[in-house]
Design a protein around this ligand. Structure first.
Ligand SMILES: [Zn+2]
Ligand SMILES: [Zn+2]
Length: 107
């Protein structure tokens, strides 16, 4: 594990300061303001992907246990991943996204 001392990172999509600590999840993997993520993992949390592309939120799915997940698609390589919603993710952006995923029938 590389030493990571900073408590925030700058979102490459919206440019806001994002705290690493997130309520309801062990590590932050997307921006709570615009929900974009970056393609840095091959396996969750490993930071081994060389892609580094922006992961665009393209929809919301509900797991059988009722937990909601954000579906991200990498704009660089097309890789798709699903990520837990953090407790401080922007509700307005989340509800817009879930409407979009119904409208576009992406899922
Ligand atoms: Zn952002
Ligand atoms: Zn990628």
């Amino acid at each position: 594990m590389a030493a990571q001392h900073s408590k925030t990172f700058i979102c490459k999509h919206c440019g806001r300061d994002v705290p690493y600590a997130a309520p309801g999840t062990h590590h932050r993997n997307h921006c709570p303001f615009c929900l974009y993520s970056r393609h840095v993992d091959i396996v969750r949390g490993d930071r081994k992907s060389r892609c580094g592309g922006m992961m665009k939120p393209i929809g919301i799915v509900e797991r059988p246990d009722g937990e909601f997940l954000i579906v991200h698609q990498c704009q660089g390589c097309g890789f798709i991943s699903k990520n837990r919603i953090a407790g401080d993710d922007d509700d307005t952006v989340l509800s817009t996204l879930s409407r979009q995923s119904l409208d576009d029938r992406l899922l």
